[in-house]
Design a binder for this molecule. Structure first.
Ligand code: ATP
Length: 355
């Protein structure tokens, strides 16, 4: 196992810079998830860790070795791809043992390592099958098995679950997490799915347009996003945003929307009076209260365990989630109150957090 240091890494393709000085420290044994919308540069960064793409400037170190110019096969990493990349004419056992065979390992060592990985991943019964005889989830497990037998210092995963159906994705997510708890191998995992990031990561790195917007533990990002982008990206359904003006004059401050709704906040700097802000509130932080803000129900989505309600405050729509089955219907007038200490304020211009 090893730590990984990504320091001030830039990448240009034909003069066009797609990564603008990215630094990510990764501790030995940590599970780090790179997440962000399509095109933000997360796969490029992962491919540079793997050595599949050259770094334009900056350094990447694995352990205490700078690997900028080290060949992929010399880096002691194993990568699991989205499309699994299994060899169709080889059995599961042969697929899993292939890298060891290339390295010149003898048959007994290969058998032992393949069997150990097969035990960990519950693949014993499938060792003699060919990839075409496996389900998507089983193929994904074989791809992981192939990474495990190499016993690398670092695992790299590139959207490994995106070809699986929703149910299998949830199951494999737990399996990968359990695998990491067991092996404690340093892992870098790329996804565009914030739920995967939240549930699996020790540390999430949120990227946008070739920069790191924020990194930290999942709940740190959830509780205290540093800007509006991270606030809107982490959490599902996404945080509600309401535009308004900050009012700070002695008593309890509030944000006033264009239609006059007053959104209470706990504190704000006095100098910020009349500042244009974006008020953020998570759907699960709204509750019914007679003295709350008036809203009109637009859509009701009963999910069984909870009810999602789309409601309109003035001209702006928000989503609220309720644990109970309170009967509300489109057109109803309701009153919603944000829970204490749950509002997030962002500068309207820069998107940066102000509270
Ligand atoms: P996705 O989730 O869609 O895979 P991503 O965040 O992984 O997106 P990258 O694949 O890293 O994004 O791409 C980052 C940027 O670099 C994009 O603008 C992409 O068009 C560009 N890019 C990636 N590879 C190349 C290449 N070989 N040549 C030119 N541009 C590239």
């Amino acid at each position: 196992m090893a730590s990984v240091q990504i320091h001030d890494v830039r990448k240009s393709f034909g003069g066009f810079e797609v990564l603008h000085g990215v630094s990510v420290p990764i501790e030995d044994g940590q599970f780090v998830v790179l997440v962000g919308p399509s095109g933000c540069g997360k796969s490029t960064l992962l491919r540079m860790l793997a050595g599949l793409e050259k770094i334009t400037s900056g350094t990447i170190s694995i352990g205490d070795r700078v690997v900028n110019d080290v060949q992929p096969k010399e880096r002691d990493i194993a990568m699991v791809f989205q499309n699994y990349a299994l060899y169709p004419h080889m059995t599961v056992a042969q697929n899993m043992g292939f890298s060891l065979k290339l390295r010149g390992a003898d048959k007994s060592e290969i058998d032992q390592k393949v069997n150990r990985a097969a035990d960990i991943l519950d693949l014993r019964r499938l060792l003699e099958r060919f990839p075409r005889q496996l389900s998507g989830g089983q193929r994904q497990r074989v791809a992981m098995g192939r990474a495990i037998v190499r016993d690398p210092q670092v695992f790299l995963f590139d959207e490994p679950l995106s070809n699986l159906d929703a149910k299998l994705r949830v199951a494999m997510r737990a399996e990968i997490k359990e695998l990491h708890q067991r092996l404690k191998t340093t892992t870098v995992y790329v996804t565009h799915d914030q739920i995967e990031a939240m549930t699996m990561a020790d540390k999430i790195v949120v990227m946008q347009d070739g920069i790191v917007e924020q990194m930290g533990a999942p709940l740190e990002l959830y509780d205290r996003p540093e800007n509006k982008f991270v606030a809107g990206f982490i959490g599902s359904p996404a945080m509600n945003f309401l535009e308004g003006t900050l009012k700070v004059n002695g008593g309890q401050p509030w944000v006033e929307t264009a239609n006059g709704a007053k959104l209470p906040i706990t504190a704000a700097p006095a100098a910020a009076n009349d500042k244009s802000v974006t008020y953020g509130i998570r759907p699960e932080h709204l509750e019914f209260a007679d003295d709350g803000i008036e809203a009109e129900v637009v859509v009701v989505e009963p999910m069984g365990s909870e009810t999602q309600v789309v409601a309109r405050i003035g001209t702006q729509d928000i989503i609220a989630i309720f644990r109970d089955r309170r009967p509300v219907a489109p057109g109803d007038k309701i009153h919603l109150r944000p829970r204490a200490n749950s509002a997030h304020l962002f500068d309207k211009e820069t998107g940066k957090r102000v509270n």
